[in-house]
Design a binder for this molecule. Structure first.
Ligand SMILES: [Cu+2]
Length: 69
């Protein structure tokens, strides 16, 4: 398992953090997701054999938010 912190732009309320959480939890290999819209951070614990950081960036993008790389 790997824990990575992602910076996410565009989250402004609890609904945003829930949308990001939902999008990430659908991915394969996700163990845990903690999203905090006030700090604009998502801490994601995932199995790096099943999921790449790029897929996480892409999923956040598809949910309508932007990750900083
Ligand atoms: Cu919102």
């Amino acid at each position: 398992m790997k824990e990575t912190k992602f910076k996410i732009d565009g989250m402004s309320c609890v609904g945003c953090s829930k949308a990001v959480t939902r999008a990430l939890k659908q991915l394969p290999g996700i163990d845990n997701v903690e999203v905090d819209f006030t700090s604009g951070c998502a801490v994601v614990v995932f199995n790096e054999n099943q999921l790449s950081e790029k897929q996480i960036h892409d999923a956040v993008g598809e949910a309508g938010y932007k990750t900083k790389r």
